[in-house]
Design a binder for this molecule. Structure first.
Ligand code: 5AD
Ligand code: SF4
Length: 464
């Protein structure tokens, strides 16, 4: 029997890291670690880091500075590990800059955590950023029922890792390596287990998820659409999503899946990055503005209630006012329901970092402000159009007030549902009656003859 120890994991960046953090916690649960939300209370702290932009990477070093101070003040011997993409990209640099770090572990080596920690526990400073031949997923244990329940009814499931697209601004092909798809049978088994443990919604994740081409149980190569068709047959799995997609990989069968699979939610994250053909070419995105717009139009004919979100970069090297105006124009044309937008951040080793025409920070800041204003307006208009509509809401957690539960709409909006004596994990028909900046509020339909007609509280009160 292992002695009880406490683990604190902090995840930065994308959903892939959230999923990986959970797998690390599952691995360490077998070594006697239970999770804590308080780093001061932990025997082991893991920072699961993101390298996508400079700001994200720098956060690691400020966090490590805080940890060093806290450790010194408390005189504790907490082990500190750095995982994720900064670990992969700058392992040696981390060890040099941050003496507090005991272990650096890259995303492909998480299954080796127990042995690496044993070495680190004996005083060695350990770096493991190899791309090992074995599949880490074969060695990472599944979550316990209690862990799955604690994480709620909506779960992530990694189906693909890495990227071969080489967009000229992006470090992912270097940090996460070439594209690899997990075999479909393993994904199906993991999904079945999660559903059996109470999960109702699965988001399939991958850096380039719609490039999925895994080995099927029939020996053929399965596309993401084929995989989702099989997942949709799992009894009790109510919802499917997938992220993040590349416009170039929206195959005909995937587009058709949005029409044919009722479990597939009508909300798609489809990053376009820029609305200018010149910039799209310089980014090596492999599609034009028009091709993106045609794709969106085609998808909307398949599924009329489809909404889209996107990522944008402003200030890519050489971006002129006209290029930026083309991005604003594309945003107006598509009418996104959500978006992430960023200032271009030159990443070491990527082709764009050494291009001429780097855009000054002040110009980037102005463009980002203008773009975000437009995107926020677009999102607000979408949310407002939901008023009065009735959606299935997947209840995910308790609200702040008694009698409130918080769930998600098909469009990932957070919805505060008042009154029903319903359970987390249930899907309720809810009519949206209030729209706030961060969440919607709704009224559950009368179910099984019970009266849920109490008036909902105004959103401002709920969010206070
Ligand atoms: N600078 C700014 N944003 C970036 N992204 C990726 N690399 C960079 C970079 N170097 C953004 C893209 C991508 C999202 C995950 O992060 O918009 O879609
Ligand atoms: Fe990066 Fe482009 Fe691959 Fe996305 S598609 S991970 S932006 S290289």
């Amino acid at each position: 029997m292992q002695q009880p120890r406490k683990l604190y994991v902090k995840s930065f960046g994308c959903q892939m890291n959230v999923y990986d953090s959970q797998r690390m916690a599952d691995t360490l649960a077998r070594e006697g670690y239970t999770e804590t939300q308080d780093p001061a209370d932990a025997d082991l702290v893991i920072l699961n880091t993101c390298h996508i932009r400079e700001k994200a990477a720098e956060k690691v070093y400020s966090e490590l500075g805080r940890l060093r101070k806290a450790k010194q003040e408390a005189g504790s011997d907490t082990l500190v590990a750095v995982a994720g993409c900064v670990a992969q990209a700058e392992g040696a640099e981390i060890m040099r800059r941050a003496p507090v770090v005991d272990l650096v572990v890259g995303p492909q080596s998480y299954h080796r955590l127990p042995e690496l920690l044993r070495a680190a526990g004996k005083g060695a400073r350990v770096v493991d950023t190899e791309f090992p031949l074995e599949d880490k997923f074969d060695h990472l244990p599944a979550p316990t029922r209690a862990a799955t329940r604690a994480r709620g009814p909506a779960a992530f499931l990694t189906v693909q890792e890495g990227c071969d697209k080489f967009c000229t601004f992006c470090v992912v092909p270097y940090t996460r390596g070439a594209e690899v798809s997990r075999p479909a049978a393993k994904i199906l088994a993991e999904a079945e287990r999660l559903v059996e443990q109470g999960v109702r919604e699965l988001t399939l994740i991958g850096q380039n998820v719609n490039a999925y081409h895994g080995e099927g149980p029939d020996g053929r190569t399965w596309s993401l659409a084929r995989l989702m068709e099989a997942l949709a047959r799992i009894d009790g799995l109510a919802r499917l999503r997938y992220t993040t997609s590349h416009p170039r990989d929206m195959g005909e069968d995937l587009i058709a899946a949005h029409r044919d699979l009722p479990q597939l939610m009508p909300y798609l994250h489809l990053p376009v990055q820029s609305g200018s053909d010149r910039i799209l070419r310089a980014m090596n995105r492999g599609h034009t503005r028009e091709e993106y717009l045609e794709l969106v139009a085609k998808m909307r004919t398949m599924r009329r209630d489809l909404a889209l979100s996107s990522d944008f970069i402003v200030g890519f090297p050489g971006e002129s006012e006209a290029d930026f105006a083309a991005t604003l124009d594309l945003v107006r044309q598509v009418g996104f329901a959500g978006a992430y937008s960023f200032k271009y951040s030159p990443r070491p080793g990527t082709p764009a970092a050494t291009l001429d025409g780097q855009v000054p920070q002040t110009v980037m800041a102005e463009r980002l402000f203008e773009l975000q204003k437009l995107l926020e307006g677009s999102k607000a208009a979408f949310d407002e159009a939901c008023r009065g509509r009735t959606f299935d809401i997947l209840l995910e957690k308790q609200g702040r007030q008694v009698g409130q539960l918080i769930g998600r709409s098909p469009y990932l909006q957070s919805v505060v549902v008042t009154t029903p004596p319903a359970a987390i994990g249930e899907l309720l028909k809810v009519t949206i009656c209030d729209v706030g900046p961060n969440s919607l509020a709704g009224q559950a339909e009368d179910v099984a003859g019970q009266d849920f007609s109490a008036p909902s509280r105004p959103l401002a009160a709920m969010e206070a």
